[in-house]
Design a protein around this ligand. Structure first.
Ligand SMILES: Nc1nc2c(ncn2[C@@H]2O[C@H](COP(=O)(O)OP(=O)(O)OP(=O)(O)O)[C@@H](O)[C@H]2O)c(=O)[nH]1
Ligand SMILES: [Mg+2]
Length: 224
């Protein structure tokens, strides 16, 4: 069994090292999993790629765009299971084995990590949290699903489910799109996971990306 860990990154030199160090490769190996780590570098102008390589990750160059980077990553990944997260040390990459165990035990296809259950104070600023919750509410209303965190960037899923998901966004809406597709089409579940304050500067633009996410939901609802 091979696990592919995919990390999109745009100028994350401050956080990429710690993010990669947190990955529990030894624990995964002990449970019979091989691990490949792909850092998808979206035209970073800092030392992100250099640091990622020095830590043993495979660096794949791509154009800018959160969704576009994932599309490149999914094509490059050889694993049976894919794990995703930001390259900013905010998600609980040390717990990958725990999530894979749930995936297997409950015969799930797709897990999305819900950040809001155990979120420490200050991990996410209030405006962002309100935006996240509003987008989640609309996602549920429009598409008849029951998410708590439609914007989470940590997913653990079987690679073969990608054949069944229609993924069109190249930008930030990719995160809500993959969940809408997965929760409607394959066996999916949200599982709580720790989320802490990111290292380095935020790349998503709160109002522009928030609006883009909102328009994406409206368009998907109207045209499908
Ligand atoms: N926003 C954005 N992020 C990108 C892009 N390309 C790669 N990324 C990476 O995608 C991840 C998500 O971006 P973040 O800035 O962490 O956005 P976020 O997770 O919505 O917000 P915070 O975690 O609160 O900072 C990070 O690892 C970025 O480096 C891009 O074109 N735009
Ligand atoms: Mg982040």
């Amino acid at each position: 069994m091979l696990i592919s860990i995919i990390l999109p990154s745009l100028n994350e030199e401050k956080g990429i090292g710690k993010t990669l160090d947190a990955i529990s490769c030894r624990e995964l190996n002990e449970h019979g999993y091989q691990v490949e780590i792909l850092v998808i570098d979206g035209e970073s102008t800092d030392r992100t790629a250099e640091i990622a390589k020095s830590k043993g990750a495979r660096v794949v160059k791509a154009k800018r765009g959160y969704g576009l980077q994932y599309k490149v990553g999914f094509k490059e990944a050889n694993g049976d299971i894919i794990v995703t997260a930001d390259a900013d040390n905010s998600y609980c990459l040390k717990d990958i084995n725990f999530f894979i165990k749930i995936l297997n035990q409950e015969k799930l296809d797709f897990i999305s990590v819900n950040r809001f259950v155990n979120m420490p104070k200050g991990a996410m600023n209030k405006t962002r949290e309100i935006g996240n919750r509003l987008l989640t509410l609309l996602t549920n209303l429009f598409f008849g699903i029951h998410l708590r965190d439609s914007q989470s960037g940590m997913w653990i899923f079987k690679k073969n489910v990608l054949d069944r998901l229609i993924l069109t966004s190249n930008g930030m809406p990719f995160s809500e799109e993959i969940k809408i597709e997965a929760f409607r089409k394959v066996k999916s579940k949200e599982v709580p996971g720790l989320y802490i304050e990111r290292i380095g500067t935020v790349k998503s633009r709160i109002f522009i990306d928030g609006l883009e996410n909102l328009l994406f939901l409206v368009k998907k609802k109207l045209y499908e």
